[in-house]
Design a protein around this ligand. Structure first.
Ligand code: ATP
Ligand code: MG
Length: 406
């Protein structure tokens, strides 16, 4: 790899308060250091603290081997196939502890240098260099109160830019999922990507066809959780990546601007709701992604569609994605329920009044997924530019229903 290896890293005092760092994470680091192992907090948490946001989790990197970490912490578990890491439980928190790793040696005589196994232990500097982006390659020693920067991450944070560690051409070819990570970080953290990174993403987008579908699907859900999903989908479109991450929707999206707009309006509504505290899960995100297509396929004005066929139609469309992405089947059935419930919460004209009368509101509101279906109604109304009145009515009705139950 063509990373300029500086002999010494930049060492600096963290500009944030020590109290922002999780106390339990510090105690895990301390324990490992007391046993004589070089240990730091690393990656996303250091980046987020420097950018002034609250880290999702605190990952730990250490010179101790996984077996040693496992032995030192009674409440710990070894996980991972691609590389072994240890989950250390502390209260209700779980900390991921990984051993410093080096870039695996290049396989002689092979053109495509795709990373397949990462279990090559290394020094802290090597561990910094194998990471994806400079802003993700920072180490924090919370005991000494020091940030250690081997890769130029501090400068990038100051400049609010996103550069890969080493040549992006090489790094995106080794692992094309890094292209999705580039989009995720630039949108979520509002960092400007380097020109070389964008050019390399463009050139290597097609390598995503070799990536494991389950890994791609996981990134799709992370992209939907950025709070900037509309912008993310514009990037996916511009870089011609949609065909690799949501092949089930590509033909439909390209068929008409109305289809594309229907999805983008939903994504925009999702982002607005996320900004107001909505924490959506797989099932909700699946309903956001596939809802417009399911609704369109179902609408008898455009296609087929008898009311009782709705679940099959939804399951057929969502099922393709679920199988490719190896999602649990229950995620699809929950997403289907959210979509199906819309016919009752907000009946389209084609639903005959006979069926409306037979519907039992209480039975609907008693479903465990009802609050989610209600949130989805809110999202749809927002996306379609309609008033939230209907949502409010159901919301009030549900409030009263909850009181009846007590
Ligand atoms: P998030 O806040 O989304 O969790 P993160 O930076 O913590 O962001 P993770 O996916 O949790 O991202 O990964 C933790 C760290 O592992 C990253 O910060 C990065 O240093 C490294 N990393 C993750 N994925 C890759 C990859 N594909 N190639 C190289 N390094 C990676
Ligand atoms: Mg993380």
């Amino acid at each position: 790899m063509s990373v300029a290896k500086s002999a010494e890293p930049i060492r600096t005092k963290p500009p944030f308060k020590r109290s922002y760092v999780d106390r339990r994470a510090i105690s895990v680091v301390r324990r490992l250091q007391e046993e004589g192992f070089e240990t730091y907090l690393v990656g996303g948490c250091v980046r987020d603290l420097l950018l002034g946001s609250r880290p999702k989790d605190f990952d730990i990197a250490t010179s101790a081997k996984p077996e040693t970490v496992r032995r030192l912490f009674r409440r710990s578990r070894m996980i991972g196939r691609r590389f072994r890491i240890v989950h250390v439980h502390h209260g209700r928190e779980i900390f991921e502890v990984s051993t410093f790793r080096a870039e695996p040696p290049k396989q002689e005589g092979k053109d495509v240098k795709v990373i397949r196994s990462d279990n090559v232990y290394g020094s802290v500097q090597e561990d910094a260099n194998r990471r994806d982006f400079r802003v993700n390659g920072l180490f924090l020693d919370p005991i000494a109160g020091e940030i250690v920067d081997w890769v130029g991450g501090l400068q990038d944070i100051e400049d609010r830019v996103l550069h890969s560690i080493g040549d992006p051409e090489v790094r995106f070819r080794e692992d094309p999922v890094r292209i999705l990570r580039l989009i995720k970080f630039m949108r979520r953290l509002d960092l400007a990507p380097g020109d070389a990174e964008i050019a390399a993403a463009d050139r290597h987008a097609h390598d995503l066809s070799h990536a494991a579908p389950a890994r791609l699907a996981e990134e799709v859900f992370r992209l939907l959780s950025t709070g900037q999903s509309e912008g993310v989908f514009e990037d996916l479109e511009a870089l011609k990546i949609r065909r690799y991450v949501i092949p089930e929707l590509v033909k439909w999206l390209r068929a008409s601007d109305t289809n594309r707009d229907a999805l983008h309006h939903r994504l925009r509504a999702l982002d607005e709701m996320a900004a107001h505290g909505l924490h959506a899960d797989y099932d909700f995100h699946l309903a956001v992604l596939f809802g417009p297509r399911v609704e369109q396929e179902f609408d008898p004005a455009t296609r087929r569609g008898k009311l009782k066929e709705y679940p099959q139609i939804a399951a057929a469309i969502l099922g393709e994605f679920q199988q490719r992405a190896r999602l649990p089947r229950v995620a699809v059935s929950c997403a289907t329920n959210l979509l199906l419930a819309q016919l009752r919460l907000d009946p389209p004209e084609y639903v005959p009044s006979g069926s409306r009368k037979r519907w039992n509101r209480k039975a609907l509101m008693a479903q465990p997924w009802f609050p989610l279906a209600l949130s989805y109604l809110k999202l749809r109304l927002k996306a379609e530019g309609r008033s939230p009145e209907l949502w409010q009515e159901w919301h009030d009705r549900y409030g009263e229903f909850g009181q009846d139950e007590e």
